[in-house]
Ligand binder design. Structure first.
Ligand SMILES: Cc1ncc(COP(=O)(O)O)c(C=O)c1O
Length: 315
């Protein structure tokens, strides 16, 4: 996303989904009129927008006629976008630009806490003089050097191709699940943002939050609830896993939505009195809404086995 570094409540400076493009006139207006703004922070692709920012838009901010603050362009997810998507080369043209990369995403090496910033010599000098001496541990340095060797890059490219193939697969399969709405993110990252629908077919934050909670607690799959972020109403963010992980996640999601709809229908029937009446009349025994049916016992056993066999998946 985007933020302008200042003390007051930030406004929203992106256009609507799925491009989440920069609202350049609004941003440049804010930069012209608020002398307290020293830094503009842009993410391309954004999180959770999953969209690349346009070069033309970023350049319009960099070329602002009066504002002379720093533009930070966070390209953490750039390896999942198309080739040559990075705007890192712009640092040779704009001395106020800092482009940040990380080995945490495309290289899958978040544990080594290593990234790089590209910028002009004056800003680089400033950053180098601020950092502590020996701030990069030797193991991180050795692993990072290997990651960007020819061999390391080739491994990263192979893994990335698999992730992109899974992204294409989820783009195709997610909309076929009943209760899943539109994909709202761009497709330039390793995650997708998609809507959860209520029985009326509308995106719904309560449904999205309930699905998040249920797949985490009963299936051990942690997605991200993003419904409270601007432009992401009713949305969950799912990060691509391996082929098998995604097969299980799609299945869990499908089953969770079915279970929730069934629960909802039963609750409705209890609330209207229909459920109790029917159960009491047919069996002559007291019926408890919370009693699990034999099929849900089977499901719970199956889910437990799945979790034991597969461990907990975190997305
Ligand atoms: C847009 C963005 N930038 C940077 C990061 C963090 O990267 P790092 O692991 O290098 O701190 C994240 C992590 O989720 C992110 O979403």
């Amino acid at each position: 996303m985007l933020s302008l570094h200042k003390s007051t409540t930030p406004a929203f400076y992106l256009l609507s989904a799925p491009t989440f493009a920069l609202d350049v006139p609004a941003i440049n207006h804010a930069l012209s009129n608020d002398a307290t703004i020293k830094l503009a922070y842009l993410a391309s692709p954004g999180n959770p927008t999953g969209s690349l920012l346009s070069k033309v838009d970023v350049e319009q901010i960099l070329a602002h006629p009066t504002w002379n603050g720093v533009v930070v362009l966070d390209e953490a997810y750039i390896d999942f976008a198309h080739d040559n998507a990075s705007l890192a080369e712009l640092v040779t043209e704009y001395p106020n630009l800092v482009v940040m990369h990380t080995l945490s995403k495309g290289f899958g090496m978040a544990g080594i806490r290593l990234g790089a910033a590209f910028t002009s010599p004056p800003i680089a000098r400033l950053l180098n003089s601020l950092k502590a001496p020996w701030n990069i541990p030797s193991p991180s340095s050795a692993l990072g050097s290997y990651a960007v060797s020819e061999e390391g890059l080739s491994i990263m490219r192979q893994n990335r191709a698999k992730i992109k193939a899974q992204r294409d697969r989820l783009l195709e399969e997610l909309p076929n699940i009943s209760g899943v709405g539109r994909v709202r993110s761009g497709t330039d990252s390793n995650f997708l943002l998609f809507e959860m629908l209520n029985p009326q077919g509308q995106p719904d934050n309560a449904v999205a939050a309930a699905v998040y909670d249920k797949v985490a607690k009963t299936k051990g799959v942690v997605v991200r609830f993003r419904g409270k972020e601007t432009g992401c109403f009713g949305c969950l963010r799912v990060t691509m896993g391996t082929k098998n992980e995604n097969t299980r996640s799609l299945d869990y999601l499908r089953r969770t939505l079915v279970e929730m709809r069934k629960d909802g229908r039963e609750r409705e029937r209890v609330e209207t009195g229909e459920w109790i009446d029917v159960g009491a009349r047919d069996s002559g025994v007291d019926v408890s809404y919370s009693s699990p049916s034999s099929s849900s016992i089977d499901q719970a056993t199956e889910d437990k086995k799945d979790k034991e066999a597969n461990g907990v998946l975190v997305y």
